[in-house]
Write a protein of this length. Sequence first.
Length: 368
Amino acid sequence: MENMLEKLIGESKVLERAIAGEDLNAQDGIELMKSDDHYMIGAVADATRKKLVGDKVTFTASSYLNYTNVCAASCQICAFYRKENDNDAYTLTPEQIEGRVSAAKMMGATEMHIVGGFHPKLSLDYYESMMKIIKKNHPELKIKAFTAAEIFFFAKLTKNSVKEVLSRLKDSGLDSLPGGGAELFHPEIRGKIARGKCSGDEWLDTMEQAHNLGIKSNATMLYGHIEKPEHIVDHLLKIRNLQKKTGGFLTLIPLKFSLENTELEQKNMLTQECSSIYDLKVIALSRLMLSGFLNNISVYWVADGKKLAQVALSHGGNDLVGTAFSEEVYRAAGKSTNSSLLDLVNLVKEIKRKPAQRDTFFNIIRTF
């Protein structure tokens, strides 16, 4: 396969170096982003994936919970946030959260993914109580909670250091951090999409401190809005540099921007979402830029749809994140996590790859 690829890529020095397993630089990344040779880039990313992680496609039985939609920030990319006095603003109590966690566990979840808005009035006690009540009643469940952007906000709000906030949450039962809030790091673009959120450097610094305390995390990258190729490349290189330093990232999850009900849509700064070709290129580039440093590249099927997710898995992806169930969905659909796990198993089997359920830290729980 590789010999055939080498013949085909002939002209592209960058792809030649990628096949040889060399680190790609910023210029290389931008060249690939601007290239029209989608198929070759996808094929090299797929061959790289196969070499690094084989044919397994992993996913986790994960349940998703938002503890509040009240947010001090007003990100132009967000349709979720509310202000305190809005009619549909809510904040769950630790007890309500525990009830939802119980329901999720009964459905087979092994991980809780808990995030929320930047609530201007909640104390650190609230977050500690949330962790403690979940761990006390469900010690075997992994708690993946609070993005680096939330942690940074808690620190500022409660006048504690980031390290202090992380340590206290870890002591209360926090297992890992989700990758959200990264958006795109480049200052040229960040202010236009993430008003009121920490800077790119602050996000990276918060993650570095988490990793140093032994708290592993995911990383994300929001694409398909108003960015340029260099913003994507800059983001991937910053993730790579921190990963070289700490080894604390578990996976990169590129997230496709969803336009509906966001300020970018309302102000006509953007009229349509990006193409599927662009989606695939971002997955492939993520694989090639991070190769050898961060070897899990996740395809977020919830945003991409299952059909495109299958194609993305042959453009460098090797993970499907998880079942992404929320308790409201259980109640409405009456489905157990098992049935949605089986959906993911079938999605993987259809493309002749090997499905495997994993835990938060990418240990395999079972194969199918």
